[in-house]
Design a binder for this molecule. Structure first.
Ligand code: SAH
Length: 373
């Protein structure tokens, strides 16, 4: 009967080199050789994307068999996958009982496609225009679980082994569920794995981490990851931003902008992206566009105007197209490239701020009952 059940062995997919070495030592590989063997596994897992140990042809047969007795290379379960009319793809992934998060592939942005990954299940921030904000935080995702989202997308896109040309998935954006700077250790470790040239090999310059404004963690993000920084701004004064992004009450615009200005190695090649969601009659007036220009003075910046994406019960409407264009014109005249982000994947609720899963925090007693971690 047992063979009909999914394997309960732990998966090595998503682990760091150090963790792989430890897993090898745990099954009897000599500690002195574990590092070298881990390098071999690394290439099979992250360059070739294999899902069976038997495919690792330069690993001794005996070791392959021992590995298969104790571990798998399985990805987490895909609960649903949907494809939008515009080609956007969304996966709902189950990391454990009641622990589900979404990730979204958006083809043809910039030179090619971006994968929007989640860093937490749920969120603590309660931004009033964001669907994910209506869901409580369940837990942080581990580094492995963040990397597994990239692996699942690559599986579906047929992008193993890693190639240097004609990739569909070229960029990663931490703009899915959660606040990445509240899970910085795991986000940094995931970026180390994803950017490694012997594996998935997506350069740090093509990885963008978006924050609602956790000011004291911004410098650390830059130092530890070298990633591109994006700020979910949405308002140009504290009064309005306190309402839209309640985190602003903790770290106001002055404190946030001091941290942004200090982000390591900013320049023309490394600009900060400012996201500004267009809410009808709330933050979309011309004086606000001018205030935005003033606020960004001296910062190498790009501005993404995001038409508000509606979700069931949302208390806002999207600004009229004409209003958005006039707002953009003020920014353009001031010398900012300010593309209006065409909503992608709205029909499958995959657009910015529409992600949400049914996961709820389980009480400890319930976790015990279901045997979940
Ligand atoms: N917590 C981080 C990462 C999430 S990014 C952050 O806030 O930056 C998700 C992006 O989508 C943010 O810029 C967010 O402000 C934006 N967003 C949220 N809800 C939206 C909606 N309904 N329509 C358009 N954009 C939205």
């Amino acid at each position: 009967m047992q063979s009909a059940l999914p394997s309960t062995l732990p998966s090595l997919a998503g682990l760091t080199k150090q963790e792989l070495a430890e897993k090898l030592v745990a099954i009897g590989v000599d500690a002195g050789k574990a590092r070298m063997r881990a390098e071999q596994l690394w290439r099979w897992i992250y360059h070739y994307g294999v899902t069976e140990f038997s495919q690792m042809t330069n690993v001794a047969k005996e070791l392959r068999a021992t590995l298969a007795e104790h571990y798998t290379l399985a990805r987490p379960e895909i609960v649903t996958q949907q494809t939008s009319q515009d080609g956007t793809r969304k996966w709902l992934i189950r990391f454990g009982t009641g622990v589900e998060a979404e990730c979204v592939f958006i083809p043809d942005v910039g030179r090619s496609g971006a994968l929007c990954v989640s860093s937490q299940v749920g969120c603590t921030l309660n931004c009033t225009f964001c669907h994910t904000g209506t869901q409580k935080l369940v837990r942080n995702l581990s580094a492995a679980e963040i990397v597994q989202q990239v692996m699942i997308a690559r599986d579906a896109l047929g992008e193993w082994p890693t190639s240097n040309e004609d990739r569909a998935l070229t960029n990663i954006v931490f703009m899915g569920m959660g606040e990445p700077l509240y899970n910085l250790d795991n986000v940094a470790s995931a970026i180390d794995i994803i950017s490694d040239g012997d594996g998935i090999s997506i350069s740090r310059r093509r990885i963008t981490v978006s924050t609602a404004g956790v000011a004291p963690k911004i410098a650390e993000l830059g130092e530890r990851t070298g990633a591109m920084l994006a700020i979910s701004l949405h308002a140009t004064n504290d009064e309005l931003r306190n309402q839209l992004v309640p985190l602003n009450k903790k770290y106001n615009l002055e404190e946030l902008f001091a941290a942004i200005r200090a982000y390591p190695s900013l320049g023309n090649a490394k600009r900060v992206t400012f996201e500004y969601v267009m809410l009808k009659g709330v933050n979309d007036s011309l004086p606000e566009a001018k205030a935005l220009v003033k606020l960004l003075a001296g910062i190498p910046a790009k501005i993404n105007l995001i038409p508000f994406n509606p979700w069931p019960g949302a208390p806002y409407e999207c600004s009229d197209w004409e209003t958005i264009e006039k707002f953009a014109e003020v920014l353009n005249r001031a010398g900012y490239s300010s593309p209006i982000r065409t909503p992608r994947g709205r029909d499958i609720l995959a657009a910015c701020g529409q992600l949400r899963s049914e996961s709820v925090k389980q009480r400890a007693s319930e976790r015990l009952k279901t045997g979940a971690q």
